[in-house]
Design a protein around this ligand. Structure first.
Ligand code: PLP
Length: 397
């Protein structure tokens, strides 16, 4: 068979060696512990890295299978699956930051990561420089200090869909001997492989596109063997292991990753273009639109589409955003993203209602902003639903 395989062949076949049975689909190894055939095995397994048949906090065939596939999809030496995306992010912080270190991160960033950084700042003396305009390489460079240990990237970012030039930032960090991490949740490895641009570690919420059916919570980190093993040692001690059932569901979702992601991205591209022409819309944020300030970068570092997250701003602001969501039937109100179903959220009245105004400004959250995770439904049904939303919002002037 020709290698390298395409993403769907990888997803279906790259983890096969992790299945110790003859079943075509790996069974769920819903067990906390495995039988040791000799005493010697106990000693060997306890001293080895991620033995898959020892004790499930250390490893499990279902986790190993998902990791084999994810490593291959990300072009990484190794991957580790975790109990959530935040667990993967927290492990990277624990593994590669010490008290008093300096971190560079984009100002517009996933709220959970932002809160973790704030905790490290308050309790562990972490120094942080927030990059306001991620397109400005000069701002990244100016942020670097002798104590900088980590450069964090999220591209496209949640929720503002800001782009960052991965190759440029990775090159800059390498010149200063700084480790780089990209949160690859939004594009998934179907659209972007951060390691191919020189980024050291790719992390993601596998709850989103990788799982793809909004039925599990999981995370992944992928990179060089030594880096991932360092995180595994911590995972073994701190305990955010992915449960076998969730790992199995993740594998089931991964097999259709490329199909789902491409269909959702095609929908998103069409809807973003349609939204541009709607009179109640002040702005559309989508990296696939030539009007997006990061479009040139997206063309260079995203392949086969620009993702399925669309941001758009209603002219009439807060009340219109609320009304819009209430009027939808197909598109479901919810805070997550990346499932087969379309989800919408209005950060100003939902996830960021209690966020202080200065933080909202920094994160780019405006009153009329809607964050739309476009699913794989039929386009005419999505458009008809959005039209209902606009009619309801039109009542607010
Ligand atoms: N990173 C990004 C960009 C996210 O959007 C999320 C969740 O929404 C996470 C990380 C955290 O993932 P999880 O909810 O699986 O812990």
């Amino acid at each position: 068979m020709p290698k390298p395989w395409g993403p769907t062949t990888i997803a279906i076949h790259a983890g096969r060696h992790c299945n110790p049975t003859r079943a075509v689909i790996t069974p769920i190894f819903q067990t906390s512990v495995f039988q040791l055939l000799e005493n010697r095995e106990g000693a060997e397994f306890s001293a080895s890295v991620e033995p898959p048949t020892f004790y499930t906090r250390w490893g499990n065939p279902n986790a190993s299978e998902a990791e084999a596939v994810l490593a291959e999809l990300e072009g990484a030496e190794r991957a580790l699956v975790t109990a959530s995306g935040m667990a993967a992010i927290a492990l990277v912080f624990e593994a590669f930051l010490k008290n008093g270190d300096h971190l560079v991160a984009p100002a517009a960033i996933y709220l959970g990561t932002e809160q973790l950084i704030r905790r490290w700042e308050a309790e562990r003396g972490l120094k942080v420089t927030w990059v306001q305009n991620t397109l400005d390489l000069g701002e990244w460079e100016a942020a670097i200090r002798p104590q900088t240990r980590l450069l964090w990237v999220e591209t496209p970012s949640n929720p503002t869909l800001a782009l960052t030039d991965l190759a440029a930032v990775a090159g800059l960090a390498k010149r200063h001997g700084i480790r780089t991490v990209a949160d690859n949740t939004f594009p998934s490895p179907i659209h972007t492989k951060p390691l191919a641009f020189g980024i050291d570690l790719s992390v993601a919420s596998a709850t989103k596109y990788l799982g793809g059916h909004s039925d599990l919570v999981a995370g992944v980190l992928a990179g060089r063997d030594a880096d991932v093993v360092a995180c595994w040692h911590l995972a073994k001690l701190l305990g955010p292991t992915l449960d076998p059932m969730a790992a199995w569901l993740l594998m089931r979702g991964l097999k259709t990753l490329a199909l789902r992601v491409r269909r959702a991205s095609d929908n998103a591209q069409a809807l973003a273009q349609w939204l541009l022409w709607q009179p109640h819309v002040a702005r559309v944020d989508y990296p696939g639109l030539p009007t997006h300030p990061g479009h040139e970068i997206a063309l260079r570092q995203m392949e086969k589409g620009f993702g399925a997250m669309v941001g758009f701003e209603l002219r009439a602001g807060l009340a219109a955003g609320q009304r819009f969501c209430e009027a939808l039937e197909v598109i479901t109100r919810g805070v997550s993203l990346g499932g087969v179903e379309s989800l919408i959220q209005h950060p100003a009245s939902m996830s960021h209602l209690k966020t202080p105004p200065e933080v909202k400004d920094r994160l780019g959250i405006t009153d009329g902003l809607l964050r739309f995770s476009v699913g794989i439904e039929d386009q005419p049904d999505l458009i008809a639903d959005l039209e209902q939303g606009f009619q309801a919002a039109a009542a607010i002037r």
